[in-house]
Ligand binder design. Structure first.
Ligand code: GDP
Length: 366
């Protein structure tokens, strides 16, 4: 079969894998102007579907931004900064200004201080080599903070183009769909067009006569917790509602299991409270440290669930990271799952997560 390119985004049309770029149902091949399913949905329903690309393709594509002038808007998931931050973005996007957007603010507990979240996002970006112009918190799903962000985008883009980038699952499609539906009258103006010079295109959403907002495909970060778990488990571990903190008073040599996906051993220190911030659907089990290994071995996938049986097959083994917590009010962050706040420093813990998933400490957000 001769290679056919999507008239919208330029991806090579294929009919076999709905999850990959350029997918179109076989029936679409009979039409004159063939477009992929993703472009079809955008054109007819104003809906953006995300198409993940392999890292290298994606990074190469992003690199093209460095040859153009435009504002880069990077979306991250507040619950998964390490898993959703694209490292090397500075190198990839050149001297273009970057706005960092923390999505899913609707699930943050009320007690969380938004100023601190922004500060932490900004500092974390800097630690990863990226100076950002500004940080915004939004809920793409609940349409919160979008107006303020739109104004900032308009300000920083200086009449130029805008590139929205993010890893899969940060809510980029939801964000763009919200943005489109907020902008009245734009419905008919939406076109999809081939971004010159790319083999796989960016989706082009015109902002005015001269400039556009480009939706770039979502990058896959392999160490994201989301990729290690089944769809069913992903639903459980992803907070859908405001996270309700759960408090545990622990003595040293006690352990908390977060389902069977993570484990926190209180190795040494005075009796202390551990405030857990995870999806409300996740069950936390307390046990003695000396019994923890055996409990895990005998009950992972049953009492300690998620993981379910599908996840167990692909989940890397848990790996321990020992952390000495010096400062009061510290969060132990389990990337892609949530965090545990310890009010007082001077304790030692070991946090276990699937190998490759990150654990870090930060000043408490509360
Ligand atoms: P993409 O892969 O980056 O395009 O992400 P999607 O837009 O498909 O969203 C990924 C998941 O995050 C979906 O389950 C969304 O429902 C959810 N999501 C997106 N935005 C928000 C948000 O603002 N708040 C919450 N709680 N969930 C969101």
């Amino acid at each position: 079969m001769a290679e056919i390119q999507c008239q919208g985004c330029g991806a090579v049309i294929q009919t076999t894998n709905p999850e990959e770029a350029g997918y179109a149902p076989a029936s679409a091949l009979e039409r004159e102007d063939i477009i992929c399913k993703r472009c079809f949905r955008l054109k007819h329903y104003n809906e953006v579907q995300d198409v993940p690309f392999q890292d290298d393709d994606f990074l190469e594509m992003l690199n093209q931004i460095s040859d153009t002038k435009g504002l880069v808007v990077q979306l991250v998931d507040i619950f998964d900064f390490n898993g959703s931050f694209i490292s090397g973005l500075k190198r990839l996007t050149g001297n273009n200004p970057v706005i960092l957007v923390g999505n899913k603010m609707d699930v943050l507990p009320k007690s969380v201080n938004h100023g601190k979240v922004k500060h932490w996002l900004k500092r974390s970006a800097k630690e990863n080599g990226l100076e950002v112009e500004d940080v915004y918190l939004i809920s793409a799903e609940k349409n919160q903070g979008i107006q303020q962000l739109s104004q900032a985008i308009d300000h920083y883009r200086e009449d130029g183009d805008v590139y929205v980038v993010g890893t899969t699952n940060v809510g980029k499609s939801t964000f763009i769909n919200t943005l489109i539906s907020n902008t009245s009258g734009v419905k008919d103006a939406i076109t999809t067009s081939y971004f010159p010079g790319t083999t796989l295109g960016f989706i082009d959403i015109p902002l005015d006569e001269k400039s556009s907002l480009y939706d770039t495909p979502g990058v896959i970060q392999r160490h994201q917790m989301a990729h290690y778990v089944s769809d069913k488990d992903l639903k459980l571990i992803t907070p859908r509602k405001e996270v309700k903190p759960k408090v545990y008073q622990l003595n040293e040599e006690q352990t908390l299991f977060v389902g069977g996906l993570a484990r926190l051993d209180f190795e040494a220190g005075e009796r202390s409270s551990f405030v857990c911030h995870f999806s409300n659907e996740l069950t936390i089990h307390r046990t003695k440290l000396e019994k923890a290994d055996e409990l895990y071995k005998n009950h992972v996938g049953e009492l300690l669930t998620p993981p379910d049986q599908v996840t167990i097959k692909k989940l890397p083994p848990l790996k321990g990271h020992t952390l000495k917590i010096k400062e009061d009010k510290t969060d132990i962050v389990f990337s892609g799952l949530g965090w545990v706040t310890v009010p007082e420093g001077g304790i030692t813990v070991t946090a276990h997560v699937p190998e490759g998933v990150k654990v870090s400490l930060r000043e408490s957000l509360i």
